[in-house]
Design a protein around this ligand. Structure first.
Ligand SMILES: [Zn+2]
Ligand SMILES: [Zn+2]
Length: 218
């Protein structure tokens, strides 16, 4: 299979998973393919499926394409999603420790627009997508060797440790707990910053305590 056929096959799979074709699918497939190539991974879903992990730096479209190309998933702890809002991903080869970060060049968008105008002076989405396919890798992506420090608690496998938050009483896996003044907390309890707040009328809204230990809640 030629690399163009391989690209189209992977793009079809990404589009089927993601639900629509978009620039993010094309860029994500290109990042995923480049990451596998840089690590020397040729059988990502078979015998080499446990040999690598990736960090992606966006929760947008391209993440789905990187997931479909590599077979890595958040639930297997092999795909780490860091919501930095950046079109970038780092691929780590676990047996060797080699790591490569790939990011989309800022200048690539202008070059893609220029190419799209050449492909179809009238403009249009198809020309823009085709341009993202045809843009050279040097014009689209920067590829750099990096060092990624991984702890056992970051890797796939059974949880290395389970702690209990002394404030909310919920369990915290994999050393994600924080100890303050000798007490163990989950990250939101330790910082006091929650992405949610109790809904109005909720029984728990008046009390932040561990339910089993709290007279107000019981
Ligand atoms: Zn999309
Ligand atoms: Zn807590």
């Amino acid at each position: 299979m030629s690399s163009t056929e391989e690209f189209e096959r992977l793009l079809d799979a990404a589009v089927a998973f993601h639900g629509h074709v978009c620039g993010g699918q094309i860029i994500g497939v290109r990042i995923g393919m480049a990451g596998l190539r840089e690590l020397g991974i040729t059988d990502p879903r078979g015998r080499e499926r446990k040999d690598f992990i990736a960090f992606v730096e966006t929760d947008r479209c391209a993440t789905d394409a990187i997931l479909t190309v590599t077979g890595l998933t958040p639930g297997k702890r092999s795909l780490k999603i860091l919501d930095y809002g950046k079109m970038a991903a780092t691929f780590v080869h676990l047996p060797s420790g080699r790591a490569v970060r790939i990011h989309v060049l800022k200048s690539s968008m202008e070059k893609a627009s220029e190419l799209a105008r050449k492909l179809n002076p009238g403009g249009g989405k198809d020309a823009e997508l085709q341009a993202l396919k045809e843009l050279s890798e040097e014009d689209l992506l920067a590829v750099k060797e990096v060092v990624v420090h991984l702890e056992p608690c970051d890797l796939p496998g059974v949880p290395v440790r389970i702690a209990t938050c002394s404030s909310c009483g919920e369990q915290v896996l994999d050393n994600r707990d924080i100890v303050v003044d000798g007490n163990t907390y989950c990250k939101p309890c330790a910082s006091g910053q929650f992405y949610y707040s109790p809904s109005e009328g909720s029984v728990q809204s008046t009390c932040n305590h561990v339910r089993e230990q709290c007279n107000e809640c019981a």
